[in-house]
Design a protein around this ligand. Structure first.
Ligand code: GRG
Length: 314
């Protein structure tokens, strides 16, 4: 099977999982639930949940709460795309080859669908944390359970919740977006660009991989190393995104090419040119791969996926 086929198989499984978590379209909430489902179920590579699962497998088995966190991170990602496409942000009409959520449901429901998905992500993740806490308490009163394991699972769920919320927030993705908006139309320094990329895009890649490591039972040093690898990968991923915005094919990437120029965005490509950017993508990817190899991942799907991500055409 090719890497694309393997990724597609995993992405389809993620889509089934998130579809099962999403609220049904019904009653007075029909429009908002339809918009939430549209924003989440109209394509997408699902790389964050897949990265979470594959990182988890480097350290242990997939625990039963991972689908909650995998779905939650995809809901946050979808919310961010819906808001990013709004007229007050990038004002884009096309996403994943389809009309953007506000184009289909109106600007008001674009705002509301983003809000609802962001909150729904936390509702789903909080359910996992609550379930693990209930099990840990039950285990202390029942000799047939291993209370220490149950308490560790509860602690890991709480840690995962912390990572999920922090990395999406003002000290993560939202903070990066704020700096991006303020930087529009300005010539930025490399330091300013790195701040934007590290927060707007990389924080969510970091969140996915670190949550995977935590839920897989990695020790603190390994979690830190995964964080470093994710930072390199996330930066390489965003620089690749900047390159594709200039050199990509609209049909393959599913959104308009030249969106950064249209929005007067100063990107890595504007700063360094395409060739220098390609070099940086390779170097950062190599550093990320070296870390994954040091953690025993030299034969892992995660490693192959990372190489594909930074060389992708979509
Ligand atoms: C409402 C949660 C929330 C946030 C508001 C608008 C905003 C703040 C943040 C935008 C962040 C953003 C859009 C970053 C870009 C990251 C990026 C490169 C997205 C493309 O990710 P892919 O390629 O997309 O994984 P698919 O379509 O495959 O899912």
């Amino acid at each position: 099977m090719s890497i694309e086929e393997e990724l597609k198989e995993r992405a389809d499984r993620v889509s089934e999982t998130i579809e099962a978590f999403l609220p049904d379209e019904e009653g007075q909430l029909r429009t908002i639930t339809e918009a939430m489902r549209y924003a989440c179920l109209s394509g997408g590579k699902r790389i964050r949940p897949i990265l979470m699962g594959e990182t988890c497998l480097l350290f242990g088995e997939i625990p039963k709460i991972l689908p909650y966190f995998g779905s939650a991170i995809e809901f946050i990602h979808a919310a961010s795309l819906v808001h990013d496409d709004l007229p007050c942000m990038d004002d884009d009409d096309l996403r994943r080859g389809m009309p953007t959520t506000h184009k289909k449901f109106g600007e008001n429901f674009g705002v509301l669908a983003g809000d609802a998905l962001l909150n729904y992500a936390y509702e789903v993740a909080a359910t996992a944390v609550e379930n693990e806490a209930v099990e840990a308490i039950a285990a202390t009163n029942d000799a047939s359970f291993n209370a220490t394991d149950a308490r560790m699972d509860a602690l890991r769920a709480a840690k995962a919740m912390g990572i999920l919320t922090r990395n999406a927030g003002v000290y993560g993705m939202i903070g990066g977006q704020c700096a991006d908006v303020e930087g529009e139309g300005k010539k930025l320094s490399e330091k300013e660009l790195v701040f934007i990329h590290e927060n707007k895009t990389t924080a969510m890649i970091e969140s996915a991989m670190m949550i995977g490591a935590v839920l897989g039972g990695a020790d603190d040093d390994s979690i830190k190393l995964i964080g470093q690898a994710a930072k390199e990968l996330g930066m390489a991923f965003q620089i690749r995104d900047d390159i594709l915005d200039v050199t990509g094919d609209e049909e393959t990437i599913g959104k308009p090419v030249g969106s950064d120029e249209k929005n007067h965005k100063y990107t890595y490509v504007t700063l360094k040119g395409v060739e220098e950017c390609r070099k940086e993508v390779t170097e950062r990817t190599q550093r990320a791969i070296t870390i994954i190899d040091s953690l025993g991942g030299s034969d892992s799907f995660l490693r192959r996926m990372m190489l594909w991500l930074v060389d992708r055409e979509m």
